[in-house]
Design a protein around this ligand. Structure first.
Ligand code: AMP
Length: 210
């Protein structure tokens, strides 16, 4: 596993760089967005990444820095320092799994980490963990229960910001726009810009101690 961060300004957390993901041609590149606004958020994100990496068919995981961002709900956008603020990150996976199998593993990990199943929770409810498949290579999928790229990717600062840390040139296969161009379009356009980033520490639990 590699915890990767670009040395975010103000961060005292160590930036750990292990081997970058393999360039094995049989592996696809997928991006998974992670979020948590309940419990020990950094620890939960770290647990999710560990479980992703332990998944059969996932070769390597590289995680972006974490960003603290305001919760978005029916009432609008909250404050980035409110009690219900999220920690968000994006993980890059190199995988032999099919998109549907990866989605099922994401839902399984959500359940393992305490997420109440869909249908038993409110749409905007606080959540210990949320995992979304945002990009899977250049595939475009629109099936019951699986839409890729994630339909709200281009609107979400809290996904685009960490995605750009991993690869600002990652392309949206429908619009052809890069992650950097999508980020530029939402920044300052009423979307949350109050997130602040820090590199994922070696021990994710350290992040909540300050
Ligand atoms: P939520 O966790 O509330 O964002 O919604 C999860 C549900 O959205 C699951 O039941 C998935 O079947 C469905 N879904 C559709 N496309 C995606 C995607 N790209 N990533 C994650 N969940 C998806």
């Amino acid at each position: 596993m590699s915890w990767w961060g670009p040395g975010v300004e103000g961060s005292t957390a160590p930036v750990v760089t292990d081997a970058l993901p393999s360039d094995n041609a049989f592996l696809d590149t997928a991006y998974v967005a992670l979020g948590s606004n309940q419990g020990d958020r950094a620890k939960l994100l770290g647990e999710a990444v560990v479980r992703l990496e332990a998944t059969v068919g996932v070769d390597a995981v590289t995680c972006s820095p974490l960003y603290q961002t305001p919760a978005v709900s029916l009432g609008g956008v909250g404050d980035a320092d409110a009690a219900d603020a999220y920690l968000n990150a994006v993980a890059l996976l190199r995988t032999t799994l099919e998109p549907r199998a990866l989605l099922e593993r994401l839902l399984e990990i959500e359940g393992e980490l305490g997420r109440v199943p869909r249908g038993q929770r409110a749409k905007w409810a606080d959540r210990p963990i949320d995992l979304d498949l945002v990009l899977f290579g250049d595939l475009v999928i629109d099936e019951p229960g699986l839409t890729v790229p994630h339909p709200r990717l281009a609107e979400r600062w809290f996904v685009l910001r960490p995605l750009c840390d991993l690869d600002p040139d990652a392309l949206h296969p429908v619009t052809g726009r890069s992650a950097a161009a999508m980020l530029e379009a939402v920044e300052g356009a009423g979307n949350p810009v109050a997130g602040f980033g820090f590199a994922f520490p070696t021990d994710p639990t350290e992040a909540e101690q300050d």
